[in-house]
Design a protein around this ligand. Structure first.
Ligand code: ADP
Ligand code: ADP
Ligand code: ZN
Length: 210
């Protein structure tokens, strides 16, 4: 099963991708995570990507394609790619999604989701109010101290939402035309959003072997 997750920053792509990948045994490929790893390792790619990320803009298509390519397989969930029409067209040459899950969240909710997000180096993601760790500021899974992403500060958050509206939103129509788009109400709780996604994925059209 090849899944693409689509939706604005903060809609819950990463949160749901982890749950889907666990339940359906799919690899989780997050371009955001891969780029942040490159930034932390200060690779050439990472240094280039950081300039765009700090401004709330998308990194160059070719650069992001190169980091996503090795992760493409028949059992994968793509979280954060494609993010514009050009990337979708480039992707089509070697990867055709079975289903595109479009997580729809009211724009006024997104700012609160993103500014309250707390992340761990281990990949775990929390929210100060909606999904707090057991001990404040400390990861449940690995006991490390949580941090706030630079681009989760309010000024950058607003820019990222603008970037989404301009560049990513057109992908909704693009995949609708291909009849593989399923829209999910992402305003619900993490648990209820996941239920809705599972209902869609359990429809055997998308899981021919299960
Ligand atoms: P994305 O990957 O789309 O940017 P995340 O999965 O990181 O989004 O979620 C953004 C923030 O919102 C995180 O702090 C996460 O814990 C929280 N969150 C995710 N889904 C929900 C939800 N359905 N309800 C409330 N908070 C959520
Ligand atoms: P979110 O889902 O919360 O918007 P991500 O972690 O997916 O955040 O992405 C963080 C940043 O990484 C983006 O703002 C952008 O600069 C860069 N990025 C991630 N995916 C892509 C992509 N497909 N193309 C270009 N830039 C990307
Ligand atoms: Zn951790």
């Amino acid at each position: 099963m090849k899944i693409v997750l689509l939706g604005p920053p903060g809609c819950g792509k990463g949160t749901q991708a982890k749950k889907i990948s666990g339940k359906y045994n799919l690899a989780h490929v997050s371009t955001g995570d891969l780029l942040r790893k490159a930034v932390a390792e200060k690779t050439e790619l990472g240094l280039k990507a950081k300039e765009y990320m700090d401004k709330g803009k998308l990194g160059p298509d070719e650069l992001v394609l190169e980091i996503v390519k090795p992760g493409l397989s028949d059992d994968v969930i793509l979280d954060g790619f494609p993010r514009n029409l050009n990337q979708a067209v480039m992707l089509k040459n070697f990867f055709s999604p079975d289903v595109v899950l479009n997580i729809n969240v009211d724009f006024n909710v997104l700012v609160k989701r993103l500014t309250g997000r707390r992340s761990c180096r281990c990949g775990a993601v929390y929210h100060t109010e909606y999904n707090p760790p057991k001990k404040e500021g400390i990861c449940d899974k690995c006991n490390s101290r949580l941090y706030q992403r630079d681009d989760d500060k309010e000024e950058v958050v607003v820019k990222r939402i603008e970037t989404y509206k301009k560049e990513t939103k057109p992908l909704i129509d693009y995949y609708k035309k291909q009849r593989i788009l399923k829209t999910i109400n992402g305003n619900l709780s993490i648990h209820d959003v996941f239920d809705e996604i599972c209902r869609i994925l359990n429809n055997k059209t998308y899981i021919p072997l299960m």
